[in-house]
Design a protein around this ligand. Structure first.
Ligand SMILES: [Zn+2]
Length: 168
């Protein structure tokens, strides 16, 4: 059967190198095509790191990266998020329209998916889901976030162009 690697702080630390600028602990073992470190054959290294430092992952939670570095296993860069947090991460990665992808509005900075996510998850003044935080996350102005939240039609190219014009 699969040999079991003991999941300890020591084995985590032995398999990563600190990145001096970001403080990330970059996994030096196997990395999957999405960039996540693999611990043994069945586990993701960042999840193992979270558990050995913080205890079991709460049911239904994903382990997310504050640093956006999938190969990072620094427990200080990891947090247990809900499915919504994870979706935000995914939609953030897809926030720009891909090159060569025919879209009605090439200037769009927020995809309709991102806009839908913002509308569904905005919490006024929240440290992660408030307007300011979301603006930073998505790289748009707080005004753009607030317009999205107020439910202005996000699907019209005109509205997108106007909003994205706000950003300098
Ligand atoms: Zn990191």
């Amino acid at each position: 059967m699969t040999p079991t690697i003991p999941a300890t702080r020591e084995t985590i630390e032995a398999n990563c190198i600190p990145e001096p600028n970001t403080g990330c602990w970059l996994w030096t073992g196997h990395v999957n095509p999405q960039g996540y470190g693999r611990f043994g054959t069945r586990h993701k290294a960042h999840r193992v790191s979270f558990e050995v430092h913080n205890g079991p992952i709460p049911a239904g939670h994903h382990i997310c990266h504050r640093c956006d570095q999938p190969g990072c296993v620094n427990p200080e860069h990891l947090f247990a998020g809900t499915r919504a947090d994870n979706m935000r991460d995914a939609s953030r990665k897809g926030r720009f329209y891909g090159q060569g992808r025919p879209e009605r509005n090439p200037q769009a900075k927020l995809t309709p998916t991102a806009a839908a996510f913002i509308r569904a998850n905005y919490i006024r003044g929240h440290v992660e889901f408030g307007g300011r935080a979301l603006a930073k996350t998505y790289g748009v102005s707080p005004a753009a976030i607030s317009t999205v939240v107020r439910g202005k039609s996000w699907d019209t190219g005109l509205r997108l162009a106007t909003l994205n014009g706000v950003r300098k």
